[in-house]
Design a protein around this ligand. Sequence first.
Ligand SMILES: NC(=O)c1ccc[n+]([C@@H]2O[C@H](COP(=O)([O-])OP(=O)(O)OC[C@H]3O[C@@H](n4cnc5c(N)ncnc54)[C@H](O)[C@@H]3O)[C@@H](O)[C@H]2O)c1
Length: 249
Amino acid sequence: MNNMVQRERGKVAIITGGAGGLGLSIAERLSRNGVRVAVWDIDAQRAEAAARTLPDARSYAVDVTDAAAVEQATAQVVSDFGRLDILVTSAGHNGPNVPIADYPLDGWRKTIALNLDAVFFCCRAATREMLKTSKGRIVNMSSIAGKEGNPNLGAYSAAKAGVIGLTKSLGKELALTDIRVNCVTPAAIDTDILKQLSPEFLNYVKSKIPMGRLGRAEEIADLVAWLASEECSFTTGAVFDISGGRATY
Ligand SMILES: NC(=O)c1ccc[n+]([C@@H]2O[C@H](COP(=O)([O-])OP(=O)(O)OC[C@H]3O[C@@H](n4cnc5c(N)ncnc54)[C@H](O)[C@@H]3O)[C@@H](O)[C@H]2O)c1
């Protein structure tokens, strides 16, 4: 058994959107390190099916846009597993894929609610728990859209930029503890979320990737697994590129 697996064994991770493409891949990757996973998803059936495939995992039907539900589910995880070591916020959706001039108010609010407000709710609840031991790892799923701004994806780009700001702020706030807070900014990765985009838009985002291909969920999971581990010790409030060469900073 390598040192990383030894150190991570028995830890407990909440993964929001854990039934989805990236969330499930991250859950599988952390599980291989011996981490016990709380799969959170709004889709109860898919969350349950996901948890059944993982050793020592449990599923929770949680709408992360509901602050009270997030508080309650966090307390339930701690009661079920006895601890909380890791939070990965992966629940998200693209929202309307239209120009700002045509952007519906309701679509704006829903997109910000899931991609930004919910990340705040989850970070707040997890931080309160982690501060009891002064230890923990938080990894937020932002996007290249939050750094560069994707046209016709205004609310998503704004929310993902907000996640970067929140990550930087919280990372600094907790820097004197052993709670590390970082985020990742993937370019297009081959998961169901891409079905929410028009074929023209998908071709546009693909054409922006110098490696000429979509990313794979396992590639994101490997990066997140490191950020969620004790090996990530001198890095916090940081933004990790994983974009096939698209990002220039
Ligand atoms: N796939 C990509 O190209 C890509 C690129 C950059 C960033 N991201 C980000 O990565 C994250 C995961 O994306 P994915 O590709 O796995 O998407 P996905 O659509 O495959 O999975 C998203 C999951 O979130 C869940 N979810 C939706 N609303 C929820 C809610 N209110 N409460 C709880 N769960 C909810 C869905 O049921 C689904 O299981 C998202 O935040 C996304 O914005 C994805």
